[in-house]
Each structure stands twice: as structure tokens, then as C-alpha cells.
Design a protein around this ligand. Structure first.
Ligand code: G
Ligand code: G
Ligand code: NA
Ligand code: MN
Length: 251
């Protein structure tokens, strides 16, 4: 209740900050992009993580608004990095179901001042399977036309269907970290990760391993065929300034 009022105020005043986590090429470990992750900078409680407020926000119907605010931060940070000499190849932005149904999403991306091809939209498996209505279809078609990538997040944890993959034709699959964490010790999980990679190859979809926590995991995930790696082994989510320093090795 308390949080609800505060969250509405947070949207009005924009109390959100965006952190960025590196994604790297599985072979060279060169930076390929970052994922944008929202945090709520609560005036009394400090930085709050998505799992501490996104459910409440969803209940209030303001997740779409938060996603829109986050995108504004991301576009601003992209332009700011560019001005400081960091040409960020790609930023992946998480998009809720409501936001995917919002025609303004396409407009916001095309009017951001940043090349739309530098954005990737991350959607959950459950979203595209439940809600492939006309608006979503139109949105995805528009995004593809503009060069914006579409990634399926947490792949393997929802109602994965090959039919769904064929119909949405995403550019990227992100293997959920619950499959990546055990790849060093559990042959079954490693084999499953490899099977997902093969599905990706068959459909010309890039595969990202999430939750790559050690260089051993990185080596194994690369061996299993993952194209891109993301996880603590290559950096935790950092604010825009810290990410710039992390990437350019300055400061
Ligand atoms: O770092 P982490 O706790 O940030 O993020 C947890 C989850 O919160 C992510 O997996 C993602 O699904 C969700 N999330 C993070 N940022 C956003 C955002 O800007 N919008 C939406 N809708 N979800 C987000
Ligand atoms: O998939 P989502 O969009 O849910 O993924 C981002 C979440 O994963 C964020 O909460 C982020 O902080 C977390 N995360 C990123 N890298 C790692 C990692 O290497 N290990 C673990 N356990 N979590 C990670
Ligand atoms: Na994500
Ligand atoms: Mn994920």
C-alpha cells in the first residue's frame, strides 16, 4: 500500500536508474553490447532491485510506464557514451507484455536519435506465446524492419515451443542462467544447452548464455556453441558512468 503510493510518485518524478551489464563474444570476449536493468533509487530505502518492485508495479499497471522511462534513460546514455567516445554496439532492453502491446514502443525507438539497429528488445517466452495478437505482430514486424533485434529472455523456463519460435522468428535466444550454472557438473544441463544452441543454428538465431559466473563457465559455454556470454565473469550491472569506465578502462 505504502509502496504503491511511492511507486506512483517514483514514476512521476522518475526515481529510476538504469544499470548495464556487459555481453561479450564467446570466442574473443570482446564487448558486443550491454543489457539495461532497471533499479529504483528510493529516497529513503536506497537502490531497490526489480524483484522488490516490479510485481507491485505490475499490479498498479505502471510497468509499461517504467519500461518507457527506462528506454528514455537508455537512449540518453547511448548518446552520452557516444559523446564520450564509447560507440556502444547494442543495448538490450527488457520489455513487459503491456509495453510490447504499446504502439508507442515503435515510435519511441524510431524517434530516439539512436540507430534503431542498436537496440534489442528482450521479451519473455510467456509473453509472445500468450499474446501474439495484431498489435504485437505489427510491433515485431516494425522492429524487424527498423533493424531492432528481438531476444527471447529466460529461454527454457517458460512454455518453449518450436512453433512459437518459428512464428515470432526472434534474432536471439537467451539461455536462462539456471541451465548455465550447472554446465560444469551436470552432463544433462550441458547437453540441453547444446541442444538449444542447435535449435538456434537451425533457425539462424544467435544464442546468449546468461549467468556466466566464472571463466570456466565461459569456456564451457563457448565449447557448447553459445555465441555471446553474459554474467558476473564479464562484469556486474553498473551505472552508465561506471560502465563507461569499465569498458574504456579509464578512471
Ligand atoms: O538484475 P536483475 O535483478 O536486475 O533483474 C531481474 C529481472 O528484472 C530481469 O531478469 C528482468 O526480467 C527484469 N527487469 C530488469 N529491468 C527491467 C526493465 O527495465 N523492465 C522490465 N519490464 N523488466 C526488467
Ligand atoms: O534475465 P534477466 O533479464 O532476468 O537477467 C538479469 C538478471 O540476472 C539480473 O538480476 C542480473 O543481476 C542477474 N545476473 C546477471 N549475471 C548473473 C550471474 O552471473 N549470476 C547470477 N546468479 N545472476 C546474474
Ligand atoms: Na533480460
Ligand atoms: Mn534472463
Amino acid at each position: 500500500q505504502h509502496t504503491a503510493t511511492e511507486l506512483l510518485r517514483a514514476c512521476e518524478r522518475d526515481e529510476f536508474v538504469v544499470h548495464y551489464q556487459p555481453q561479450v563474444d564467446a570466442r574473443s570476449h570482446a564487448l558486443t553490447g550491454v543489457e539495461a536493468l532497471v533499479r529504483w533509487n528510493h529516497p529513503q530505502r536506497g537502490i531497490l532491485m526489480p524483484d522488490q518492485f516490479l510485481d507491485v508495479a505490475d499490479g498498479l499497471g505502471v510497468v509499461k510506464e517504467i519500461d518507457r522511462i527506462v528506454f528514455r534513460h537508455v537512449a540518453r546514455d547511448m548518446l552520452d557514451w557516444q559523446a564520450r567516445g564509447l560507440d556502444m554496439p547494442k543495448v538490450a532492453v527488457n520489455v513487459s507484455s503491456k509495453r510490447l502491446h504499446d504502439p508507442a514502443l515503435v515510435h519511441d525507438i524510431s524517434a530516439s536519435g539512436v540507430d534503431p539497429a542498436r537496440f534489442c528488445i528482450e521479451i519473455l517466452e510467456s509473453i509472445y506465446l500468450d499474446d501474439t495478437n495484431d498489435v504485437v505482430r505489427w510491433t515485431c514486424d516494425q522492429l524487424s524492419e527498423m533493424g531492432t533485434k528481438i531476444a527471447i529472455d529466460d529461454f527454457g523456463t517458460g512454455h518453449a515451443s518450436i512453433q512459437g519460435l518459428l512464428s515470432l522468428a526472434p534474432d536471439i535466444l537467451k539461455i536462462d542462467r539456471t541451465f548455465i550454472a550447472p554446465i560444469l557438473d551436470e552432463m544433462t544441463k550441458a547437453t540441453l544447452a547444446h541442444a538449444i544452441v542447435q535449435i538456434g543454428r537451425c533457425l539462424d538465431i544467435e544464442v546468449i548464455a546468461e549467468g556466466v559466473e566464472t571463466l570456466e563457465h565461459a569456456r564451457r559455454a563457448a565449447e557448447l556453441g553459445c555465441d555471446i556470454l553474459q554474467g558476473y565473469a564479464f562484469g556486474r550491472p553498473l551505472d552508465a558512468q561506471a560502465l563507461l569506465r569499465h569498458v574504456t578502462g579509464t578512471g
